[in-house]
Design a protein around this ligand. Structure first.
Ligand code: SER
Length: 872
């Protein structure tokens, strides 16, 4: 009896079959790593399965296995491998995709890698051998021989290609090597030629698997240095493989995409799922959602900007389909249903992801409408087939239109962009920004480079004798700074901390007898420390020796705020979650300011919890420990580092017990108890997805407590009570105020009604109608109306005008009882009076209102009413 195994075809089955196959060949199954390469500033996003193994290939990291396999989530948008522009327009490009891979770290090499790949494709997946084509690197005779002699591939289906196709590099630097690729022939009904032919860019022969023979590490100069041991890194796009196995030609036709495409088409009320914009959106929701899962939020720079571009491109395509209402974020649920099982991190973060995307949709909604109008107008006025650089720049700069979005729209209209014009507008803006920045405050903008390596002694001391290595005055190197001049001093060694890592530069004094240089700020350029300030009492010269004294109390206050920043960072991650990442930090003697990724305002209770958590740690009074170690060792110790930050090979790791371990070159307290009381002073939003907390410590908190207490004491005195009883006193006063207002109102009503009765007696009878025109003091319009109603009731058949004056402003109301409106119209009556006092008005026949601005004419005007009624 033969057992028949079914061939895997669904995406889910293929993922599993691949991992199972390589596990059966002694490969360790490793989970997908984050899309943000851990501590690798050379790479924007994880763009291949090998990224998490980069250091293993380089021999810098040892793992307890030499063979691994994974299904890695990847993003190719921005950076070296960027497919963003092609998405939606080809059958196989994605910003987000899953890469199946097997890896050998100095274990097997070409022969086994090729044999495994062939066995998996032809035996596990049962693909016909005549559908498979292969390429090898130009000079790689060894790989060619394995394919032809050992595997038995028909030489007619093997092509040798150059560096562009068959030499793979992760980025500009890092592991790389020649590769061999396997292609699948989608059949003659699809246009395109075999690899290496002029028609190769068609969709018929699609590369499905890339086997890289990792042999080199490319350094900054471009030199290829051999790796310690030749290794293997393979990558196969899961979506492409699924297309092959499901007998479809486009990746968008595979099972994984169907529900997403359907959901988008439904929202747009379209029957056709094939529209390029629907595909763009289906692709972009995957990359956008997973980037947010991995801690990125839309921003104006770096990874956050790429995410913003992807989201905005999707929204623009939605706009084209008539999806003008928030729609993108609603796809997160559909994506979760499709991929949440394979990626539990997506399922867990789905609500957060939806919120972040919705927020970005809201931000972009206005931009899009406005920007599209500008663009349409510019397109309407074009005389050539090119959109001017100035328009592209305006859209980018003023309306937040990413350039590739404009390019995308241009492409649909067969227009091009004037990119040189755009670049020059950008450059002009950069120059304006440079000119606007102050020389004094920003050394880097001077263009002066310094060779001096200043030794920093300030971790251990606040004072020492130092020597002047260079002097500057008005951006020029000088030998001497004269009495009274402002300038910059570069020292051979210094205890002054130079601004970096968010901590401000030290202030203090450099002195030589009676000559003093007041240091107002310290900055760094390369390894040189620059002291900015003014000389007083004499001249100073290059080579002079000075006594340096850092302002200790400011330094201590800064150190307290800096250490508290680390505790705050740790508390935020503990209480709000691991998505919290530092986005900016400023530490000075007065306060700390910490910006971090988080998608909504922090609830007051959470804020209180964060504050309490930090203070709990402070009270433990743990010693702050600093250790110098290799970057490697620091990462192994789990120290928190900033993504994208460049670190030296040896780094300073600062730990406050296990609660906070961070890479940091700044100045800190000795024991965390030195921080004193930590108090959050504000929480606010600085950009979409970025929050800011400001806080105070030490003497700052003490000053705040004193000030608050003084305020409380003053209030207590003013309210004639004690601070403890302040709350009940205020309650009591508020109640009293309320009851007084009520009494006042009653009295006012009573007064009005008395006034009404008095006034009724002043009415004059004209032709059977009681006529009354009166000036009421200190009334408002409501009082006038109430009074008018009372008088109408009281007089029975009447024509009444009431006026009140406030400053120069007259308010008039007129009323006529219903039965008399046939003869007399309230509107005409009020107008008659108003005209005499510089105004006019109108209203219903029984009730009308008007204004005026000549109070001196009011009495006469009111007197004329009786005669006017007589004439009606
Ligand atoms: N790193 C190679 C690629 O991305 C193979 O995994 O194609």
């Amino acid at each position: 009896m033969t057992s028949q195994t079914t061939v895997p075809t669904t995406t889910q089955q293929l993922r599993q079959a691949f991992l199972d196959y390589f596990a059966s060949k002694q490969h360790q199954i490793v989970s997908s790593s984050s899309l943000i390469p851990a501590n690798d500033p050379t790479l924007l996003f994880t763009n291949a399965g090998m990224v998490q193994f980069k250091e293993t290939f380089l021999g810098q990291e040892k793992r307890n296995y030499q063979r691994a396999t994974s299904c890695q989530r990847c993003v190719r948008a921005g950076g070296k491998h960027n497919d963003l522009e092609n998405v939606g327009y080809t059958a196989r490009h994605h910003t987000f995709f899953e890469m199946l891979g097997n890896f050998s770290f100095g274990d097997y090499f070409k022969r086994e890698a090729i044999a495994f790949a062939w066995e998996f494709l032809t035996e596990t997946l049962k693909l016909p051998t005549d559908k498979l084509w292969v390429t090898v690197f130009r000079d790689d005779d060894e790989a060619a021989a394995i394919w032809i002699d050992e595997i038995g591939v028909d030489p007619a289906r093997l092509t040798r290609c150059g560096e562009k196709d068959n030499f793979w590099s992760m980025g500009d630097t890092g592991p790389c090597g020649p590769c061999t690729e396997i292609f699948y022939d989608h059949g003659p009904e699809v246009a395109g030629g075999p690899p290496g032919t002029p028609e190769e860019d068609g969709d018929r022969y699609i590369e499905i698997w890339n086997l890289v023979f990792m042999q080199y590490d490319r350094d900054n100069s471009g030199t290829l240095n051999p790796l310690p041991k030749p290794s293997v890194d393979t990558g196969m796009g899961l979506e492409r493989l699924a297309a092959v196995m499901q007998g479809v030609h486009s990746n968008y036709e595979i099972d994984l995409f169907q529900n997403l495409l359907k959901a988008i088409a439904n929202m747009a009320e379209m029957d056709d799922h094939n529209h390029a914009s629907i595909k763009v959106i289906a692709d972009h929701i995957r990359s956008s959602a997973f980037l947010v899962v991995d801690g990125i939020v839309p921003a104006n720079e770096g990874r956050g900007y790429v995410l913003r571009r992807i989201i905005r491109r999707a929204l623009r395509h939605g706009h084209k389909l008539g999806l003008n209402d928030r729609f993108f974020y609603r796809l997160v649920a559909v994506l979760d249903a499709e991929m949440g099982e394979a990626y539990p991190e997506l399922h867990k973060a789905k609500d957060l992801v939806a919120r972040v995307l919705k927020q970005e949709e809201e931000r972009f909604a206005e931009t899009l409408d406005h920007g599209m109008k500008i663009l349409e107008q510019a397109i309407g006025e074009l005389s050539a087939q090119e959109i001017p650089g100035s328009v592209v720049f305006k859209l980018y700069d003023t309306y937040g239109f990413p350039v590739d979005l404009t390019a995308d729209i241009a492409r649909e209209r067969s227009l091009s962009l004037d990119m040189p014009g755009f670049e020059s507008a950008m450059e002009a803006q950069r120059q304006r920004a440079r000119a606007a920045s102050q020389f004094e405050g920003n050394w880097d903008q001077t263009g002066i480079t310094l060779e001096q390596k200043t030794e920093f002694t300030g971790y251990d001391t606040l004072s020492e004798t130092v020597t002047i290595a260079a002097l500057f005055h008005e951006q020029q190197a000088v030998d001497c700074l004269h009495n009274g001049q402002q300038g910059q001093i570069v020292l051979d060694s210094t205890p002054f901390y130079a601004e970096s890592g968010g901590q401000v530069g030290d202030t203090g004094l450099l002195s030589q007898g009676d000559t003093q240089f007041k240091v107002l700020d310290t900055q760094k350029s390369g390894d040189a420390f620059i002291h900015l300030g003014q000389v007083q009492g004499g001249d100073i010269k290059v080579g002079d020796s000075l006594s340096a004294q850092v302002d200790g109390s400011k330094r201590d206050a800064t150190a307290r705020n800096h250490s508290a920043t680390h505790l705050l960072h740790a508390a935020l991650r503990e209480i709000l979650g691991d998505h919290v990442q530092q986005k900016g930090s400023l530490v000075d003697p007065q306060r700390l300011r910490f910006d971090f990724s988080h998608f909504e305002a922090i609830h007051p209770e959470q804020l209180q919890q964060i504050e309490q958590r930090v203070n709990q740690e402070i009270l433990k009074n743990i010693e702050v420990k600093t250790q110098l170690m290799s970057l490697e060792a620091a990462k192994d110790s789990g120290a928190m580092a900033l993504f994208g930050e460049k670190y030296a090979d040896d780094v300073r790791v600062l730990s406050m017990g296990a609660f906070s371990v961070e890479l940091c070159g700044g100045i800190h307290v000795n024991r965390i108890g030195d921080i004193g009381l930590f108090k959050i002073s504000s929480e606010s939003g600085v950009a979409a997805g970025v929050r800011r907390i400001e806080a105070i410590t030490g003497l700052g908190t003490q000053a705040w407590v004193e000030q608050t207490q003084n305020q409380v004491n003053t209030l207590a005195q003013l309210l004639k009570t004690t601070p403890d009883a302040l709350e009940s006193r205020v309650q009591q006063l508020l109640e009293q105020l309320k009851s007084n207002e009520k009494t006042l109102k009653q009295l006012q009503d009573q007064l009005n009604s008395n006034q009404g009765s008095d006034l009724a007696g002043d009415a004059v009878e004209v032709n059977g109608i009681k006529v009354l025109a009166a000036h009421i003091k200190n009334a408002d319009v409501k009082t006038l109306r109430d009074l008018l109603d009372q008088l109408k009731n009281k007089l029975g058949s009447a024509a009444i005008v009431l006026a009140t004056v406030k400053g120069d402003k007259i308010t008039l109301v007129a009323g006529v009882t219903k039965a008399e409106t046939g003869k007399i119209k309230a509107g005409a009556l009020v107008n008659f009076v108003a005209q005499q006092v510089g105004g006019k008005g109108g209203g219903r026949p029984d009730m009308a209102q008007a204004g005026g601005n000549q109070p001196q004419a009011l009495d006469g005007a009111l007197k004329s009413v009786v005669a006017w009624v007589q004439d009606q």
